[in-house]
Design a protein around this ligand. Sequence first.
Ligand SMILES: Cc1cc2nc3c(=O)[nH]c(=O)nc-3n(C[C@H](O)[C@H](O)[C@H](O)COP(=O)(O)O)c2cc1C
Length: 323
Amino acid sequence: MGPSVTDALAAAADAARLAPSVHNTQPWRWVVRGDTLELYAVPQRQLQEQDPDGRLMILSCGAALHHALVGLAAEGWEHRVERPAGEPLAVVHAERHAPADPHAMQRMQLLRVRHTDRRVVSDEPVPPDVRDALAEAARHGGARLHVLNRDQVLQLAVMIEHSGEAQRHDERMRAETDEWVGGDRPEGTGLPDAVIPAELPLTTVAERDFGVTGTLSAGAGHDSAAAYAILYGDGDEPRDWLLAGEALSHLWLSATEHGAAVLPLSSPVELDFTRQALRRMLGELGYAYLVLRLGTADPDHAGPPHTPRLPAEQVIEIEPPSA
Ligand SMILES: Cc1cc2nc3c(=O)[nH]c(=O)nc-3n(C[C@H](O)[C@H](O)[C@H](O)COP(=O)(O)O)c2cc1C
């Protein structure tokens, strides 16, 4: 008997628990059925106010899908993925077992250390070859990365100011953020105080103001060495958002490998007017999925702690084999 395919698929879904998600909502659910793994979105954990179309929910599911594929490859399983339009969002077929290659195992290590870093970035810009590697990683996942020039960064700063302001004045959006942010988060979702800056750093492009004073020491400094980029692609349908999430995960693991820090800024894609403005910034050549701040992490400072995760039993279901 070879290694159990059911165990490998369950382990892959378990690795996917570490994926990034908007407000750490973890809006996914997995079903292991024989030699397949199905991915479903969980609308109960969708941000109804900030993400009414489910863009960021499905993008987060895409990041989880990519994480699961990294986990499966590290177990030595070759696989094939179907992405049907509708539910499930994806079906992973485990096909053949072979010794895992060291690169797959290294990516599994990167997946364990990857995290969102809201501290200020260091004064070291991301080297051009690393930027190229990140753009290439995004492409591999089916999306593209547009790095903003100086004028566009200033436009982005204004845009984020506007989207932040609009969200702060919207009572329902504020109430929704309050549900997911702050405190210890013992239930395993959302953002605990420990990953939220105690004071918002003074940056050209503002970090998201969650309306909560956290305990993370964000450090002094500026974002002048940061690069800002738009993750974008050709379509604006759920399948495109899923692929964008896979691209995000792929890019983020590559960034982790190169010591680059990634901070997603999603408020401008949450509102129609700023999402359209991002599209114009792309010369209407694509649809904006997410804005990313890229910087070099300060090697002398330990990163923020990991955010909590839902227990495996709540997100992974193992169907008994049919008779
Ligand atoms: C689609 C998406 C949008 C996000 N938007 C923001 C954001 O606007 N601001 C922010 O500080 N973090 C943002 N994040 C980061 C999440 O809060 C983070 O992934 C989650 O809390 C899990 O933490 P971890 O990435 O450290 O594992 C976003 C992540 C994703 C996947």
